[in-house]
Design a protein around this ligand. Structure first.
Ligand code: ADP
Length: 484
């Protein structure tokens, strides 16, 4: 198949979250399966630092507010040449310090920025005589490409027969904009209705993908069901219920070449399920690195965006009580300034027990995955979640809320079920501080039973959540779209 994928981030070029991990690995796996995949991304400032060489290609003219705009194109490749890359270069929009905003505030012209990105992709990735079989777009930033395919480019010979798959990585982010910005989309006003892109008097870019795609998916089967309910659908549950026959769940896979404690070059020592001894060294080194006493005490890790979604309020609530126990915790996260302040204050009060790093640091993320004993993810909702998958592979037992992808990937320990059961972590239902605390207390009790704990670690390390498996499931969705 000939697949054109577009997204607003992909490792190793640009990353704010799990979307980047998926979009950076999926095309490479698809290419390994024998498909022709091209990936299109915005050309952000800072991309120069990535280990990818970009070359200038002929510019394209993009329809823009009744006129045309000349937009730069740079090309390169991912996966050792396997996946050609098209980067859309328009410095007034993309040469900025952030991807979507700065200091916790979105850029006010995000609609224009991603309109231009999608429209430029539709122009730059035309291959005369060879329309892609599938256009695969991710999240609100790329959703307009699906809408363009089905409206403005409907009769364009360069796109004839192309089917669209739209992937929802997080329905909490929809790209809402005032109606005054609608003209910039270039779409006819007939698309601005409640059945299409309108949402309670605003433009909703995500809906452009939801209503126009041939097939939809989200990143776990449980989340695919959850978003059809008012509790999780963020107002779009009705749209998804209508399209439920076209909506699927594909659990994200991870790149075990990057996230593998047996080969990870970011770690001071390496280890595997067969020989766990290196993990002790990783723990000691992590304690030293984050200035916690290097003692034999349960170490809880967390790597997360600091957002309400991630249950940070629950953690802040229980931390004073948790830190009365003989435990240590290390938090790596950035985001909501109010959570940053609360965590920094708690850490200042308990410097021997709580280490907080309020930055985005990929390498420290690896060392926390390796050095911690438990990994905390009390998300209020979690489309898939990648950190629990990394934790499983690193023998760092996840403590999760049973929602979305967390429910699909972690088998919770049940005290009444005999040792040898399938448990790989700990889980709880209600997003309440007391429930989280009692689950952590259970985990800390089991931690003292070395045999039981090692069993949990080893079982987690042997799970297979590889990106090869998820790539095969995406191929099935492409085939389904083509068969429509
Ligand atoms: P989300 O996409 O909702 O943020 P995921 O668990 O799917 O959550 O993916 C988060 C990704 O971002 C993981 O690869 C995680 O390691 C990484 N990450 C999040 N915060 C940080 C941080 N402060 N430093 C380094 N990596 C981070």
């Amino acid at each position: 198949m000939n697949i054109l994928m577009l997204a607003s981030e992909a490792v190793p070029l640009a990353k704010t979250g799990g979307l980047a991990d998926v979009v950076g690995t999926l095309p490479i796996e698809l290419a390994r399966l024998g498909h022709d995949v091209r990936l299109a991304l915005p050309r952000y400032a800072g991309i120069e630092a990535a280990p990818v060489t970009l070359k200038k290609a002929p510019a394209v003219r993009v329809p823009w507010r009744g006129d045309q705009l000349e937009v730069g194109i740079e090309t390169g490749a991912l996966g050792g040449g396997a996946v050609p890359l098209t980067c859309i270069r328009y410095d007034p929009f993309f040469a900025r310090p952030g991807l979507y905003g700065e200091d916790g505030r979105d850029y006010p012209d995000n609609l224009e920025r991603f309109v231009l990105f999608c429209r430029a992709v539709m122009e730059a990735c035309k291959q005369p005589g060879r329309p892609p079989d599938v256009l695969h777009a991710h999240d609100w930033q790329s959703a307009l490409a699906v809408a363009y395919l089905k409206t403005l480019y409907r009769n364009d010979p360069a796109w004839v027969g192309t089917r669209a798959l739209f992937t929802i990585h997080n329905i909490g982010y929809q790209g809402h904009f005032p109606v005054s910005a609608y003209d910039a989309t270039g779409l006819p006003w007939s698309e601005y209705t409640p059945e299409r892109l309108e949402y309670y008097g605003q433009v909703n870019l995500l809906k452009g993908g939801l209503v126009h795609a041939d097939i939809l998916n989200t990143v776990s089967p449980t989340y695919a069901r959850e978003i059809q309910t008012a509790e999780f659908g963020y107002g779009l549950e009705g749209v998804l219920q209508v399209r439920k026959d076209r909506l699927f769940g594909v659990t994200n896979g991870i790149d075990y070449n990057v996230w593998n404690p047996a080969t990870d070059s970011h770690l001071p020592a390496r280890y595997s399920a067969a020989d766990l001894s290196g993990k002790r060294e990783c723990k000691r080194a992590l304690q030293t690195e984050v200035k916690l006493p290097a003692r034999d005490v349960p170490l809880v890790g967390m790597v997360s965006r600091l957002a309400f979604q991630k249950g940070i309020d629950l953690i802040v609530d229980i931390l004073p009580r948790l830190l009365e126990l003989d435990v240590q915790m290390v938090v790596l996260g950035s985001g909501d300034p109010s959570y940053q302040t609360l965590l920094a204050e708690l850490s200042a009060r308990h410097p021997d027990k709580l280490a907080v790093r309020l930055v985005f640091d990929e390498r420290l993320a690896h060392r926390i995955e390796a050095g911690a004993d438990l990994f905390l993810m009390p998300s209020r909702y979690e489309p898939c979640g990648l950190n629990q998958l990394y934790s499983l592979r690193y023998g760092t037992v996840p403590v999760v809320r049973k929602t979305g992808g967390l429910a699909d990937t972690v088998v919770p320990y049940a005290p009444d079920v005999r040792l040898g059961a399938a448990a790989t972590g700990f889980g709880f239902e209600k997003p309440e501080p007391e429930v989280l605390l009692s689950t952590l207390l259970l985990a800390l009790r089991v931690y003292r039973d070395k045999e039981e704990w090692t069993g949990l670690m080893r079982r987690g390390m042997q799970q297979d959540f590889s990106c090869q498996r998820s790539a095969r499931q995406y191929v099935e969705l492409y085939q389904r779209a083509l068969a429509l």
